[in-house]
Design a protein around this ligand. Structure first.
Ligand SMILES: [Mg+2]
Length: 314
C-alpha cells in the first residue's frame, strides 16, 4: 500500500513526463534557448502543436499506461502484442512518428510483438545502429506496475522495461537506458531520493562501467552539452539527468530540459518522468496541468485516472 506522498510521486512520473513533452513541443528541432528567454507551453513548432498538446513521446506512453490500467503482466507476450497494435494504429495518422519507430511499425505483416522485434532487428542491421531515444521517452508509466515492494520487483521491472524497449529498439543501449531510468523512477517514487545508478547491477557486467562513466559525465555537464547528439538515447538520458540533478523543482527540471533544444520535447519527457517522481504530481504548475492534452483525446485528469487504475490493479 503506497502512502499519499508515494501515490502523488507515482502519478507525478506520468504527468511530469507528459508535461515535459508538451512544454518542449514548440522547441523541437530548434537551437538551444539560453536564459533569460522564458520557456512557455505555447505549442507551435514544426508540427503546429496546440498549446499544451503532447507529442509522440506521450502518445506512445499512453498505451503502456492503459495496459497497466487494465491489469495483468505488462511484460506478457499478449500485453506486448497489444502495445504493438496500439502503436501501429497511432502511427497511421500521427504527424511526428520518429524515423526508427516508423520504419519498425509500418509494414508489419502482423501487428504482434514477434514481428515488431524482427523488424527492429532488421532496422538495426540495415542502419548499423538503433539506439535512438524513442524507447526511453515513453517508459515512465511502466513503473506504476512495480511499486508494491515485493521481492524481485525491481528485476521484473527491469525485464519489462527492456522487453518493451526491444519492440522497436534493438541496440542494447536503448534497453539499458530504459532499465536504469525505470529503476531510478521507482526508487524516487518509493523514497523521494535521486539515485540513477540504482539499477546498475541489472545491466550486463561488461556494460556497467560504461554507464557509470556516462552518468558521471552527465553530473559534470550542463544539459546543453548534449544538444547536438540528443536524438541518441545516451545523450538524451545524460541531458535529462543533468537537468533533473541541477533542478530545484519539477518546473525547473522541465524548463532546463527544454532549453537544450534539438530533441527538446523528448529530453523534457524523459526528465519529467524522473523529476515528477521526485517532486510529485502536486508540484506541476496548475497552468500547465490545465493546458495538457493529446492523443487520443485525453487530458491531464485522464492520465491521473489511468495512473490510479494502474496503481490499484498492481
Ligand atoms: Mg516528440
Amino acid at each position: 500500500m503506497l502512502t499519499t506522498e508515494q501515490t502523488d510521486r507515482a502519478i507525478g512520473a506520468v504527468i511530469g513526463s507528459a508535461a515535459g513533452d508538451a512544454l518542449g513541443a514548440g522547441y523541437e528541432f530548434r537551437p538551444a534557448v539560453p536564459e533569460p528567454t522564458p520557456i512557455r507551453m505555447a505549442g507551435g513548432g514544426s508540427f503546429g502543436w496546440a498549446p499544451g498538446e503532447w507529442t509522440d513521446d506521450t502518445s506512445m506512453a499512453v498505451p503502456i499506461l492503459r495496459t497497466l490500467a487494465r491489469g495483468g503482466d505488462p511484460a506478457s507476450e499478449e500485453a506486448l502484442d497489444g502495445l504493438v497494435a496500439a502503436w501501429a494504429d497511432w502511427a497511421r495518422t500521427a504527424p511526428d512518428v520518429g524515423i526508427q519507430t516508423r520504419n519498425v511499425l509500418t509494414g508489419l505483416e502482423a501487428r504482434v510483438a514477434s514481428h515488431a522485434r524482427a523488424a527492429a532487428r532488421q532496422e538495426h542491421e540495415y542502419k548499423g545502429q538503433s539506439a535512438g531515444n524513442g524507447s526511453l521517452m515513453r517508459t515512465a508509466p511502466l513503473v506504476l506496475g512495480y511499486l508494491t515492494g515485493a521481492v524481485g520487483e525491481e528485476l521484473r521491472l527491469a525485464e519489462a522495461a527492456r522487453a518493451i524497449s526491444d519492440l522497436t529498439h534493438y541496440e542494447s543501449d536503448a534497453g539499458d537506458a530504459c532499465v536504469l531510468w525505470c529503476v531510478a523512477i521507482r526508487h524516487a517514487v518509493l523514497t523521494g531520493e535521486l539515485d540513477v545508478l540504482r539499477g546498475l547491477d541489472l545491466l550486463d557486467l561488461e556494460k556497467r562501467r560504461l554507464w557509470v562513466d556516462r552518468l558521471v559525465t552527465a553530473e559534470h555537464s550542463e544539459p546543453v552539452d548534449f544538444t547536438d547528439s540528443n536524438g541518441w538515447v545516451v545523450s538524451a538520458m545524460q541531458a535529462a539527468y543533468s537537468a533533473v540533478r541541477r533542478s530545484s523543482s519539477l518546473e525547473d527540471a522541465l524548463v532546463r530540459a527544454v532549453r537544450t533544444g534539438n530533441d527538446a520535447d523528448t529530453v523534457a519527457a524523459i526528465a519529467g518522468g524522473l523529476a515528477g517522481a521526485l517532486h510529485g504530481a502536486a508540484a506541476l504548475p496548475g497552468e500547465w496541468r490545465e493546458l495538457l492534452h493529446g492523443w487520443p483525446s485525453l487530458r491531464a485528469d485522464d492520465l491521473v485516472a489511468l495512473s490510479e487504475q494502474a496503481l490499484a490493479t498492481h
